[in-house]
Ligand binder design. Sequence first.
Ligand SMILES: [Ca+2]
Ligand SMILES: [Ca+2]
Length: 321
Amino acid sequence: MSGRPLGFRIVSAALAAGALMQASACAPALPEAAQCVGMAPVAGERDGMVWIPGGAVTMGESPGHPEERPNYQAQVAGFWLDRHEVTNAQFAAFVQATGYVTEAERQPPEKGGPGSAVFTNSGWAYVGGASWRRPYGPGSGIEGLEDHPVVHVTYADASAYAQWAGRVLPTEEQYEYAARLGRDSAFAAGAQGRARYRANTWQGVFPFRNSGEDGFLGTAPAACFEADELGLHDILGNVWEWTSTPYYPRHQPPADLVARFPDGLNPTDASTGARVIKGGSYLCADNFCARYTPSARQPQEPDLGASHIGFRTALNAPGPS
Ligand SMILES: [Ca+2]
Ligand SMILES: [Ca+2]
């Protein structure tokens, strides 16, 4: 079974056919408010980033999902990485400072017009007017969601934010290395109830029933779940995160494939290119996706945002002295 998030084929097909699916959507009701760990500064933090010491990582899984094969050894130099996903408040500061307009807010008619991919009770739909400011479309907003990860940002949007901040998007190797080093599971073995959940995922049978046992039906505030051993929050779960790495349907793709598709190859639409997104999201359930692992990787059309994709930034600079 492909783990590509449900409905992206539908969205892509609809866009390719010029048929814009309009849908009404509303924010899911939250279960009883969960206790958040919060974003208090941690030792060694610098401007919201923690130092990831360099080392070796085995990329991918064998056996594992086809796109995670073959595994290979990579050396990753030390780097700085945001402790948590970029929040709506942080993205708002960027927009206020620069006047930046996201791709969702200016999608051309041939791509459906302004809008973005929203997961609703009836599945995925391209919702006109959806954007980071209106995550569920017209009538919705981000008031009260300031600490939640920004969503509906495209690869260009995330890259623009990173550049403004003097940073970059992490590579897939940096992301997977940090995820493996800090914690390799979204669940605490042997724990019961919410303590079992170290990441915001989906409990129940996707897409029919979401029990919200981990405290959240939709996104959780960034840094709500406890940090891993490196001080990173939500490196698994909550929202998928953009990397700078072009996607191919396997590790170590043949050189001729890379030469033909230098911007990545999306198996569903070879013409669009694709970047790797990592970490899984609140929509990943045991019965679908299940990509809340360090090795998980998915393709994403670079110019299409979604309600379960955000990002964090990295900095390739000397470590703490
Ligand atoms: Ca959840
Ligand atoms: Ca995440």
